[in-house]
Design a protein around this ligand. Structure first.
Ligand SMILES: [Mg+2]
Ligand SMILES: [Zn+2]
Length: 328
């Protein structure tokens, strides 16, 4: 099963805030009060729309903005980490979930040749208008009271995981790397198999510490692994990536092949059956196991336990009780 890396962008992948860095493209390198004073709490993206309009009005061309964005410094160790991710695409998927904008992120990653490390960028959509100005739109609307109006990262992550599960991809582990207050909401939806990796000394790190002090260890299911450099995350990822399962594993997606049986997804070790389709019977799983000469590995009694009817699509991760080691 693959690992999913989820990255915040500002102060995580890069060591600055894109929306602040972009001001460097102005001849004065500052914003006038008439623009700066229009910021309203919780409405940063709308404010940035006005900043970008002002930059356009000053005659700064998008190419100039791009060349400034390409000079933003990366957080130490991040280029090496993303290089490792791009070299291990068969075992690691990677997405960016950021409240910056799609265009800045694309420019920064392309500038260092690391765009291919990232499968998807989820951010506020940006485009260049006919008049040459950058225009920003909110990423989505949501019901979460804790997040800024334009983006709830938890909603982004849950939608991504659910769509991937529909396509048969279930991640063994999710690693969420971030620094900010808006990274707490998604961190709280992670399971105990996952890890949230807050940047040491930054807001998310402090919030998680406070949460644990006030509500105890049970307040967050995921393992908390603070980091100061991408090298520490790389070490963590290497360790996880290299951990080979003990014996033979077959994963079944909910999709059926022409013969009416569930399709094996990939072979590694220990038997995991992912039952995402409520109409799939345990008998069918048994038949499939026979087809794959694994019948002896799994007892009928275990098989019937493998598929409770209450299991629905939200079972995105393989629960431990669904895994069975033939050598047990
Ligand atoms: Mg951030
Ligand atoms: Zn939220």
């Amino acid at each position: 099963m693959k690992i999913l890396m989820v990255f915040d962008f500002d102060h995580t992948v890069v060591d600055e805030n894109c929306d602040i860095w972009v001001i460097k493209c102005l001849p004065t390198q500052t914003l006038p009060d008439s623009v700066e004073s229009t910021y309203r709490r919780g409405q940063w993206t709308e404010y940035m729309g006005r900043v970008m309009a002002y930059i356009g009005d000053q005659g700064v061309a998008p190419d100039r903005v791009r060349s400034i964005m390409e000079t933003i410094p990366f957080t130490p160790g991040m280029p090496e980490l993303l290089t490792f991710v791009s070299e291990n695409k068969s075992t690691v998927d990677c997405i960016i979930v950021s409240d910056a904008n799609t265009m800045f992120i694309e420019w920064v990653l392309q500038g260092v040749g690391l765009r291919e490390a990232v499968d998807q960028v989820y951010s506020n959509p940006a485009s260049i208008s006919e008049s040459g100005c950058m225009e920003l739109r909110p990423h989505h609307s949501h019901q979460c009271a804790k997040c800024p109006v334009n983006m709830c990262k938890k909603k982004v992550l849950e939608t991504y995981l659910s769509e991937k599960a529909d396509g048969g991809e279930v991640y063994g582990r999710v690693l969420y790397v971030g620094d900010g207050g808006n990274d707490l909401c998604p961190a709280l939806c992670l399971s105990e198999r996952d890890a949230v990796m807050p940047r040491k000394g930054y807001t998310l790190d402090k919030m998680l510490t406070r949460l644990r002090d006030e509500e105890g260890k049970g307040s967050i299911s995921a393992k908390v692994i603070p980091w100061s450099s991408g090298a520490e995350i790389l070490q963590e990822l290497r360790d996880m990536n290299l951990k080979k399962p003990l014996s033979e594993e077959v994963l079944f997606s909910h999709e059926e092949d022409g013969r009416g049986g569930p399709q094996p997804r990939e072979k590694t070790s220990s038997v995991h059956v992912v039952a995402l389709n409520p109409n799939l019977h345990s008998e069918m799983i048994q038949i499939c196991l026979i087809q794959h000469r694994l019948r002896k590995a799994i007892k009928a009694s275990k098989c019937s336990k493998l598929y409770p009817r209450r299991l629905r699509k939200q079972a995105l991760m393989v629960p431990r009780w669904l895994s069975y080691d033939p050598h047990d």
